[in-house]
Ligand binder design. Sequence first.
Ligand SMILES: [Zn+2]
Ligand SMILES: [Zn+2]
Length: 461
Amino acid sequence: MVSLTFYGGANEIGGNKIVVESGKSRIFLDFGQSFSLLDDYFVDWLKPRERFGLRDYFALGLVPRLRGLYCRSCLATTDLEFCEPEYDAVFISHAHYDHAAHLQYLHEEIPIYMGETAKTILKATQETSKTFFFAEEDVYDKKGNLVAPKNDVRTFRTGKKISVGELEITPIHVDHSVPGAYGFLVEGKDARLVYTGDIRAHGNRADLTDDFVSKAASFEPDALVIEGTRVAGSEARKNHTERFVKEESGRIAKKAKGAVLAMRYPKDLDRFRTFYEVAKESGRKLVVSAKTAYLLRALRGDEGLPLPDPFSDGNIAVYSREMLRYESWEEEMRSRCIGVEWVAENQGEVIWELDFAQLTELIDAKPERGGVCIHSMSEPFEEDPLSQLQDDVLRNWLGRFGMEHCQLHASGHASRQDIEGMIKTIKPKRLIPIHTQKAEEFGKMHPRAIMPEKGKKIELR
Ligand SMILES: [Zn+2]
Ligand SMILES: [Zn+2]
């Protein structure tokens, strides 16, 4: 008997956390953070008390109270006892927080599987920010006490079958807004299931998604667990492709009289490439942050991702902010970076990748009127007051410096039409929508659509 239990991702966008069981074998597909749940209780400076590990998370129902799943240190100040692992593995589909953030709480003896690229991205992220996903070495505090034993991280390649007890898991590459994304084909004792992870069919690597969909179809699954981020009753948002974003950005960059700012999601390296090519073709230099440079360098050896070296490619300049002190990873690269004076002097000849959180850099760069900001991220949602507020703040900054605002984005998630096409091709016996707020819409797409409920087991046989 194969069963599925959804501890996250059911009727919400993100936070995927799915237990697949076959006999005594139990694995998790993804181990993410549910943002919508967290936002119910926390805002601004009101945050969970991380010093108490999972205490606040358990009390508020933000993570499931499951035995044999969490690490010793994060249970130490809770009422759940630490014990031997009761799960055999965790498989991570890709390196986004809503799929991988809770790895930091995982029992150190439970193996973690992910793609090589996802591992490099998570590692670079934890080296350049205050996040933690996994330890590659035992971590000690200043007194020499072991605070985090090293995790057992194993990497996979597309098509490589992995056996975990009664379960056989085959990762297959898909296209998404972060490189190194996978879906999984999972075979248990008497049932097969397909999990898409996050997926799209309109990016630069639609061929990966096509490959996944055709392999998923030949697998003849009993259930398809499919994401539905963009499935809505009526589609109000635009359905742009990466190619369109490139053409439009090219037009904007050629026309702009001053600086071009570009805002994108930090791990979206397809969008990085888009801006890199636009910069090259419009005779501008792409200015990237030190964090982006660090990530690009970490991914240099990745064969599937021919990315430029930020320090030797003449079309790129690496920007280091003026700080009172620098972290060692940034200090080490500073002699090869440019500062704000350079950007100020060359502002008509740059595409400057600037994060929302670093808009204050504009104060020193003093952009002249006539510049443009390409906001290459999701549009603000009406239902999300915080995104509306950020949009207002961004527009105030741009207004202050006489810069135009352009919304231009291609989503990391498939359109409803593409989702319907995948379901038609894969022909699963059952359909389980996840990573969506409109699960009920899937009832119109398949006669046996099952709406997952948090913590409730779904049996496939
Ligand atoms: Zn996601
Ligand atoms: Zn994602």
